[in-house]
Design a protein around this ligand. Structure first.
Ligand code: AOF
Ligand code: ZN
Length: 366
């Protein structure tokens, strides 16, 4: 097998991605040190606050780093954060070449790490498997560029585009495997968001239930402009998972009090002509430390997010079923479009079978 820069970078990306869901708010980063075609060091960033990928790789490489090449999926950092700058470590290690997949969008790094290495006479190459590195850290990049959470809209529908029967019954659209897949996403994300309609109709607990491993619960976020969430609702029980209810400035204080007593956190934003101010909501949630959110509906919530172009990624499960009818429920509600030209354009990224269902991942077209 020909082992070239891409081979080692692929390995570094794979190492990085094994910590998916554990590094927030930090990026996933992997590093591989290669000396004379021998992998002498590997490392990845496992968790925010812990050492960066490079630190682990250099610890493993020891003296073998001298004269070696470092492959790293993100530009080595140049700042003092929770840990000291990796660029200094790289400089002192004796590596003669550094291959970087992408520059760091973090404004406190943004090219300074690379400049520091070049100034020290180290050969630096940037852009190997760059597209894959961008994909890996799409959430982190979005956070750095917008100071808002990365929003993923998710829904499960039949092959004729229905998420529930006319009665609202939706158990179940997809099979066990697809539902387990959703819990895998919940485990990876900081937040999960639904509208009050979903809370009143389904009383969901919105926790992570995984068969294969212990799941991490996302923070549950409910858009509830009138504070109609009953204190008895499953999401209002906060022993297992945190809950944030986003409501309007006008919502009655007594209702807030009752929910607050249950441990529910409340964020107030302005009401707009399209419901709660979603931009202000996202700003507040990012402020609260939430870096990504799975928006699970219902149709009204999806409509607002899509209409305001606040969705960064869409995950669609499609079941091999046809429901039919004109009163059954579709994934995105809102007012009726009059022309096909009013449609928002997306690009399909991947399509996979998950059990007997399809999982389609799409991104908005810019
Ligand atoms: C990581 N892991 O392997 C690399 C990172 O707060 P700190 O000190 O952990 O710094 C986090 C920043 O460091 C992060 O936003 C990114 O810009 C840079 N590189 N971060 O968590 C790593 N190499
Ligand atoms: Zn670092």
């Amino acid at each position: 097998m020909l082992r070239n820069d891409e081979y080692y970078m692929r390995l570094a990306l794979d190492l990085a991605s094994s910590a998916r869901g554990n590094t927030n708010p930090n990026p996933m980063v992997g590093a591989v040190i290669v000396n004379n075609d021998v992998i002498v060091g590997t490392g990845l960033h496992r968790k925010a606050g812990e050492p960066h990928a490079e630190v682990h790789a250099f610890r493993m490489a020891g003296d073998h780093a001298a004269g070696a090449t470092l492959y790293v999926t993100l530009e080595p950092c140049s700042h003092f954060g929770k840990t000291p700058p990796c660029a200094n470590l790289v400089k002192e290690s004796g590596v003669k070449r550094v291959v970087v997949a992408m520059t760091d969008p973090n404004p406190s790094v943004a090219g300074r790490g690379i400049a520091l290495l070049r100034d020290a006479g180290i050969e630096v190459e940037v852009g190997v498997l760059e597209a894959q590195a961008y994909k890996l850290n799409e959430r982190f990049i979005h956070n750095m560029l917008t100071a808002r959470p990365f929003v993923v809209a998710k829904y499960a529908m039949t092959a004729d585009g229905k998420i529930a029967a006319a009665t609202g019954d939706s158990k179940w659209v997809t099979g066990d495997d697809a539902r387990e897949d959703v819990h895998e996403y919940r485990h990876e994300m900081d937040g999960i968001l639904v509208g009050i309609g979903t809370v009143l109709a389904d009383n969901p607990s919105l926790t992570t239930r995984l068969v294969s491993k212990e799941g991490k619960n996302p923070i549950r976020i409910v858009l509830d402009s009138e504070l109609q969430t009953p204190p008895t609702a499953a999401v209002a029980q906060t022993a297992e998972a945190r809950t944030i209810i986003v409501t309007s400035n006008e919502a009655p204080a007594e209702r807030a009090q009752a929910l607050f007593a249950q441990g529910v956190e409340i964020i107030r934003v302005e009401k707009t002509t399209d419901g709660l101010d979603l931009e202000a909501t996202l700003d507040a949630l990012y402020e609260a430390g939430i870096t990504d959110i799975l928006v699970e509906g219902g149709a009204g919530v999806h409509a607002s997010f899509f209409r305001q172009q606040l969705v960064q990624k869409v995950i669609i499960y499609m079941a091999p079923k046809v429901l039919g009818g004109t009163n059954s429920i579709t994934p995105v509600g809102g007012s009726d479009a009059q022309q096909m030209s009013e449609a928002r354009d997306f690009e399909f990224d991947t399509v996979n079978f998950v059990g007997n269902d399809l999982r389609i991942v799409a991104y908005p077209k810019h």
